[in-house]
Design a binder for this molecule. Structure first.
Ligand SMILES: NC(=O)c1ccc[n+]([C@@H]2O[C@H](COP(=O)([O-])OP(=O)(O)OC[C@H]3O[C@@H](n4cnc5c(N)ncnc54)[C@H](O)[C@@H]3O)[C@@H](O)[C@H]2O)c1
Ligand SMILES: [Zn+2]
Length: 358
């Protein structure tokens, strides 16, 4: 992926570009001080003090700790107060520097402050660079309900510097790889098997990771451009997510999002196998790679009660039934309405207690 290369995404607000830059400060250094409000991951601000000096010295800087509770509705009055105190106006721009948490907060504020202000995004995690940065969604938590509030609000521009990834914790690298694996599973068995072969080299080959980021964005682009509002074709991007969100909630976010999604995909394959929707081969073929990506969490306790409670609350459900994305015999993913009955629960428990670590 050459320096300065761009990908242009079409949205209901018009096109926006994703630009790849080697230099971390590219574009961040020259923000107009009177009209910019920086919203930045506190940890990133500390790690990149000198590279980001241009942004950190602006008059309006909101530092946020990237923890799940920070994107809860009850934290928003403080964010709004900060922006009001710094006299936000409709022609101002919010600039997000951070991962998915800072993205969700900034995107939601951009959608609602003064009925909408512009925002730009400098993603600093692999998950945000390879997946969440495009697709327009903001997702905010309220009480125990994860991602229950949200909007479709694309940024004006996204600038990706993979140099940020050098300081990511190993588990956050694997969290991002989890979403990249998901996108490749959506593309098909060949694409998944290809990344499975490259898996062991992924985390220490910067050129390879850049190519996979770009590839993941290109695959996702095709779906969000035909179904930005997630009413049809885009639904399959929720593969691994109903189970994944329930695992995140039941473990009080001890499992990072993309790792919970990795377990969630494996669990979806397991349920599809046990219920005869997919051949055993689908689970067997993907399990080794998925398991490698969720290593360290093979036996992490997932208490069943909060797990099933969270699953039942999933916003995609219809009535008492569950809406799940499951593979069929050819590993093609499709939405299925699944009864939330005793047999289903037994399969889930069997997976969490035995299938996961097998
Ligand atoms: N809106 C969407 O489309 C969408 C899609 C997927 C996930 N999400 C949400 O995103 C969140 C997860 O986001 P995430 O995985 O990007 O991570 P995150 O924002 O939770 O950050 C993970 C950790 O990495 C740290 N960090 C960030 N950048 C760093 C860097 N360059 N170097 C060192 N540390 C760094 C953070 O401080 C934090 O400790 C979840 O809340 C999830 O629900 C949203
Ligand atoms: Zn996700």
């Amino acid at each position: 992926v050459p320096d300065g290369e761009t990908l242009v995404i079409q949205s209901h607000r018009g096109p926006y570009a994703v630009r790849f830059e080697d230099d971390i400060a590219a574009g961040i250094g020259t923000l107009p001080p009177e009209t910019t409000h920086v919203i930045i991951d506190d940890r990133v601000a500390g790690l990149y003090r000198s590279e980001l000096a241009g942004a950190l010295e602006l008059p309006s800087v909101l530092r946020i700790e990237a923890r799940e509770p920070s994107k809860s509705l009850d934290r928003f009055p403080a964010y709004v107060s900060h922006l009001v105190e710094h006299t936000i106006r409709r022609d101002h721009t919010l600039v997000a520097i951070g991962g998915g948490i800072v993205q969700d907060i900034t995107c939601f504020l951009a959608a609602t402050m003064l009925r909408g202000v512009a925002w730009r995004f400098f993603p600093t995690t692999l998950l945000a660079q390879a997946d969440s940065c495009i697709g327009s969604k903001s997702s905010i938590n309220a009480g125990a309900a994860k991602n229950i509030l949200g909007t479709f609000t694309p940024p004006q521009e996204i600038v990706i510097s993979t140099r940020f990834l050098e300081t990511l914790d190993e588990r956050d690298v694997r969290s991002g790889i989890g979403e990249i694996l998901k996108v490749h599973a959506i593309e098909g068995p060949e694409a998944f098997d290809g990344i499975a072969r490259d898996y062991s080299r992924l985390s220490n080959d910067a050129g390879m990771i850049r190519r996979y980021i770009r590839r993941a964005l290109e695959i996702k682009q095709r779906y969000i451009e035909i179904d930005e509002f997630d009413r049809g074709a885009r639904n399959i991007f929720n593969y691994g997510h109903s189970f994944g969100h329930a695992i995140e909630t039941a473990t009080e976010f001890a499992v990072p999002h993309g790792i919970a999604v990795t377990i969630g995909m494996d669990m979806a394959n397991f349920v599809a196998m046990r219920s005869g929707i997919a051949d055993e081969e689908v689970f067997r073929r993907m399990h080794p790679t998925l398991k490698t990506n969720f290593r360290g969490f093979e036996t992490h306790p997932v208490p069943p009660e909060p797990f099933f409670l969270a699953l039942a609350k999933d916003k995609k459900n219809v009535g008492a039934d569950l809406t799940l994305i499951l593979p069929d015999g050819k590993a093609a993913l499709a939405k299925r309405i699944f009864p939330n009955d005793q047999a289903f629960r037994a399969m889930c428990v069997e997976y969490l207690e035995h299938g996961r670590a097998s």
